[in-house]
Design a protein around this ligand. Structure first.
Ligand SMILES: *Cc1c(COP(=O)(O)O)cnc(C)c1O
Length: 445
């Protein structure tokens, strides 16, 4: 699908963003020129995916579309049990309803916001065990999304009884779309086995992760993406999936596992929350498109084309000296806002301020992955300023050309050139208790 081009003037954008309370989630898409808010559900489907939609079986129970999907998932992951859900967070909700209770601790690499939300809303703790190197945006290492085995082992040694499972996010979205190495996945598995704990992969971008393993990790250059994904999932007990990412559908997700107890436990929550077990929140036609998308996007050429486009944008930013999380991630560039807007104090949310500036500059909608998204500490209710404060430019799959990447880079350069004059950020005037970034109301200072 393509969309008509819609341009706005700077005066119009001033008005639109003010009406949106300086929250880009509240902007109308028709007021956005290039939309980098997310790569989730925003990709273009292929001819084969559209064709598959025409064959959707919309039967309430036992639809052939479900069995096609299940077969595709089992082929790629090796997991035998599959529960479809309407998107990734729904998979988390269904599975976590069974797995997590108050007081539990869930260690892993940087938990994604909905994952953290579903853990914390159950009065459990999302314990971030990402390697410290991930916090240094200028450090170039190949697998910056890795779990620190020492931190993980410490968590288990101290609190094994409170830990129902370990979660590994592939790729590590919050740390900048950074991959996790096969070696790290093996280390995590060994620690998990030592303490007899299951491992769950939050798998939204598992195919991009496999691409990075192929091109960066010794011993994988001659393996296919499908061989690598099989090897990755062999190290997990199950997965939650947002199919809106690496399966390139507009809506969809699933749980897949080899554990019968997880399947039986999650089933009970799927039916009331999502729907009957052979559709779980999806149409038959959408399950068909998902099955094709999974197959197509676990092919090297497709992944390479996408990731090279993200690299291209990174190379343009390098020309201008704009700091971002290095090396470029799989699905997005994460601009290090605290290194750009050095005069905006953290209490005034530099990454959100940069997001607003980029929209005003050129109608480009990025997304804050920083102090707003980090929410408040559930106990102290203080803002969490401990992590990174980034402006994420997520690139939708198969939607934009490298010409668009040039426009993005130059727009950001224009903001970068006047960074010294940006001395004030924003303040919160209203916020929700959890996942506040979606609905927060802000004022410019
Ligand atoms: C998008 C995403 C989710 C949540 O999936 P939705 O489909 O948006 O509900 C969970 N984990 C990761 C890593 C994601 O990127």
């Amino acid at each position: 699908m393509v969309e008509p081009i819609r341009k706005t003037t700077r005066e119009e954008r001033e008005r639109f963003i003010k009406e949106a309370h300086y929250n880009i989630f509240q902007l109308k898409s028709e007021h956005v020129y290039i939309d980098l808010i997310t790569d989730s559900g925003t990709g273009s489907m292929t001819d084969r995916q559209w064709a598959a939609m025409m064959l959707g079986d919309e039967s309430y129970a036992g639809a052939s579309s479900f069995f096609k999907l299940k077969e595709a998932i089992t082929k790629i992951t090796g997991f035998e049990y599959v529960i479809p859900t309407h998107q990734g967070r729904a998979a988390e909700n269904v599975l976590f309803s069974y797995l997590i209770k108050a007081g539990d601790i869930i260690p892993g690499n940087s938990h994604f916001d909905t994952t953290k939300g579903h853990i914390e809303s159950r009065k459990a703790i999302a314990l971030d065990c990402t390697i410290d190197e991930a916090k240094d945006t200028q450090l170039e290492i190949p697998f910056k999304g890795n779990v620190d085995p020492k931190k993980l082992e410490k968590a288990l040694a101290e609190n094994a009884a409170k830990i129902p499972f370990i979660i590994v996010t592939i790729t590590n979205n919050t740390a900048g779309g950074q991959p996790v190495s096969m070696q790290n996945l093996k280390e995590i598995r060994a620690i998990a086995d030592k303490y007899n704990k299951p491992v769950l992969f939050d798998s939204a971008r598992f195919a991009e992760n496999a691409y990075f393993i192929k091109v960066r990790e010794k011993g994988y250059a001659n393996k296919t993406i499908k061989e690598i994904t099989k090897e990755m999932f062999a190290l997990a007990d199950g997965m939650t999936m947002s199919a809106k990412k690496d399966a390139i559908v507009n809506m969809g997700g699933f749980i897949a596992t080899r554990r019968e107890d997880w399947y039986e436990g999650a089933k009970v929550f799927c039916i009331p929350f999502e729907g009957f077990l052979t559709y779980g929140g999806m149409n038959g036609r959408d399950m068909n498109a998902l099955a094709v998308g999974l197959d197509e996007n676990t092919e090297f050429d497709n992944l390479e084309t996408r990731i090279k486009q993200v690299e291209y944008l990174a190379s343009r930013l390098d020309e201008f000296g704009i700091p971002y999380q290095r090396p470029a991630g799989g699905h997005a560039i994460f601009v290090d806002a605290t290194k750009v807007l050095t005069h905006v104090p953290k209490e005034e949310f530099p990454a959100q301020t940069l997001t607003i500036e980029l929209y005003l500059e050129a109608g480009i909608r990025g997304c804050e992955i920083g102090y707003l998204l980090a929410d408040r500490d559930p106990v102290t209710r203080e803002n969490r300023f401990g992590g990174l404060d980034l402006l994420r430019l997520a690139i939708p799959r198969r939607v934009y050309t490298n010409n668009h990447m040039d426009v993005i880079a130059v727009a950001l350069k224009n903001v970068f050139d006047r960074r010294e004059s940006i001395t004030h950020g924003v303040k919160i005037v209203w916020e929700a208790e959890l996942m506040r970034h979606f609905t927060v109301k802000l004022e410019r200072l």
